[in-house]
Design a protein. Structure first.
Length: 396
């Protein structure tokens, strides 16, 4: 086997603007150009406000080659804690509020095996099963997880489970879940469930959930994570790393999108283009009345992306004029290359190279084109959506 490992591709994602932006003669619509110019005015302020946190985390982890310094980085602490948890338990319950839980669900569903939890441990590469809980769950779901946590195999590792608190858990339901699953081993609050061997809190500032160990193994302390504006915090990176997701490539994708946002001209900048679609639609003739808002339409397994976006969306102002009506437009997300090709042996045609056609739905306006489904692409997408929302807010 060659000692040289091929570097996975890092193709950029693309944003396809709405029909009508370019005329048949290739001329840009004046209204679109006006919004591009307006977005260009606020881009510098947004770039300064959002900072370069992902690049800072990568620099501290990757460019300082001495182990003494690298061990002080936030990313090293997250990866070290994830490795300890992977080696200690076979099931992890991740508890978080809506946005944090949705982001963990998104990362696991897109970057892990589609049936990750159904595979035996050796086919999961020694990674634990990941079960998530959030405010949208009910008491039956919680009790179902408690019932499933009892000893099953007699194997110490396969019967062990752990808890990760993703984020601050400010909602009452998630606070109750943390209190229930992080109860002491001799507590009667968890009937039928074995004691947790590992408990970690992925929050910032760090705080530990104190649980007595049932063996000589001490509970794992949470990583001392540097707060990263947006989505790339310990709340998402720690559960992702536990599941075996390459969080370094995820951060590299986000950093690449941040650099592209700062450096690319507005006319070919996907973040700027994404941010002004709603404003352009609002001023278009024969458009729906109201203030257009985006609804993402990703592949079916990406439900967490829609929930994450909904949880992050600012609620309507309570004193907003009643005449202002929200008009939704749809942005489909198309993935060009699948990871597997199960029909390749029975069909000459495949789905690896999807045509760049706009879906037939009349409600779709623009679309996002992703080269593939992997960590680097997902990092670009999440950072692009985060920056586009910041630019759109700056246009007010």
């Amino acid at each position: 086997m060659s000692v040289l490992r091929p570097r996975p591709p890092t193709d950029p994602i693309e944003h396809d603007p709405p029909p009508g932006v370019l005329s048949a003669a290739g001329r840009t619509d004046p209204r679109w150009q006006a919004w591009l110019d307006r977005a260009e005015e606020v881009r510098g302020a947004v770039a300064s406000a959002c900072g370069t946190e992902t690049e800072g985390m990568l620099e501290a982890y990757g460019t300082i080659r001495t182990q003494a310094h690298r061990r002080d980085s936030a990313l090293f602490a997250i990866l070290a804690a994830a490795r300890q948890i992977r080696e200690s338990v076979d099931r992890v319950i991740v508890i978080g509020d809506r946005a944090d839980r949705a982001l963990v669900d998104l990362l696991v569903s897109t970057c892990c095996h589609p049936r990750h939890d159904d595979l035996p441990r050796h086919e999961r590469g020694g990674r634990p099963r990941i079960w998530t809980l959030g405010p949208d769950d009910d008491d039956d779901t919680v009790q179902g997880i408690l019932d499933a946590l009892g000893p099953q195999t007699g194997d110490r590792l396969l019967d062990a489970w752990g808890v990760v608190q993703a984020g601050p858990c400010r909602e009452a339901f998630t606070q109750n879940c943390v209190g229930l699953f992080a109860a002491t081993p001799d507590s009667t609050a968890r009937p039928g469930a074995g004691p947790a061997l590992v408990v970690a809190a992925a929050v910032d500032p760090p705080s530990a959930v104190s649980v007595p160990a049932v063996s000589d193994d001490a509970p794992i302390c949470p990583p001392s994570a540097q707060e990263c504006v947006g989505v790339f915090t310990a709340a998402s990176l720690l559960p992702a790393a536990i599941a075996g997701i390459d969080v370094v490539r995820l951060l590299e994708g986000a950093a690449a999108m941040a650099r592209r946002f700062r450096e690319a001209p507005a006319a070919v900048n996907p973040v700027v283009s994404l941010a002004i679609v709603g404003r352009w639609l609002a001023a278009a003739p024969n458009t729906l009345a109201g203030a257009p808002r985006r609804r993402l339409l990703p592949p079916p397994r990406w439900r967490g992306l829609v929930e994450w976006q909904s949880a992050r969306a600012a609620p309507p102002h309570p004193h907003a004029p009643p005449a202002v009506v929200e008009a939704w437009f749809t942005t489909p997300i198309r993935v060009a290359a699948c990871r597997r090709a199960p029909f390749a042996t029975i069909s000459s045609g495949g789905t690896a190279d999807l045509p760049r056609r706009r879906p037939s739905a009349t409600t779709s306006a623009d679309q996002l084109l992703l080269p593939r489904c992997d960590e680097h692409t997902l990092g670009q997408l999440l950072e692009g959506l985060r920056l586009a929302a910041a630019v759109e807010s700056g246009l007010d």
